[in-house]
Design a protein around this ligand. Sequence first.
Ligand SMILES: C[S@@+](CC[C@H](N)C(=O)[O-])C[C@H]1O[C@@H](n2cnc3c(N)ncnc32)[C@H](O)[C@@H]1O
Length: 243
Amino acid sequence: MRISHLVYPIVQPILRSLRRSPLLIRKIFDVRVPPDVAVQYDPTTVLLARTMQDLVAQTLSSRGNEPPLRLLEMGIGQGALVSLSIAAQTQPEAVRIDGVDCSPSRVNSSREVASFNGRDAHFWQSDLFTDVSPESQYDFIFFNPPYVPTQTGRDLQLTQRLEVDGDQMWDGGEDGASVLREFLDQSREYLSPGGCVVFGVQEIFLPDALVRKTMEPFEYQRIERQRPRWLPSTAYIGYRPTP
Ligand SMILES: C[S@@+](CC[C@H](N)C(=O)[O-])C[C@H]1O[C@@H](n2cnc3c(N)ncnc32)[C@H](O)[C@@H]1O
């Protein structure tokens, strides 16, 4: 039996209400949730938001009068919390934020959250990069991907437990890394020189060795791993391969 089968059923009910709390969402992400919109986050959302905020702040502090940084969030989910937390920390003229999700209902709810917060972000539906313009070049592409192996997610009844409208929220395919693999492959075409991908996973579902094996064929450079003690998630950063 995998460790996730033992740990998840105990931890999930405790965390359930915390993950949907508008008060906590405001505190953690600086995003207000409209009363009629259901938004939830997970530990990886928190880590990805923190990692991206730091990276964007560092990059902006070392830039002069240059064009805005271009950001793309893959899989914005119900509230685009990572993107909107970055928007909350930056001037609109310093960053341009795009975001996509394969689910039309999640795109709509993220648009509502952005508009409720008066944030300028551009969200649309796309299955990975299918509907992202091939001319687009991003300084950062970030993703909290679905990373639970299909059978594990079915055993844990994740779609019901998370109360979401489909498996795409969590289903990472047979080994948990299928969507991540496709994302890493396709992202290379959309990164500007010096640009990077940033993603997060939970090791109980996707161990470090499998993440590294998944990244290897795509030759990302200067791979960094961030594993804070205070969260059960890990973030990875990989820079655009040299052509
Ligand atoms: C784990 S959730 C993360 C949601 C949100 N970004 C967060 O951090 O809380 C994964 C998101 O990726 C989206 N997704 C899954 N497969 C996708 C694909 N092929 N293309 C675009 N989005 C996808 C899902 O619909 C879901 O919103």
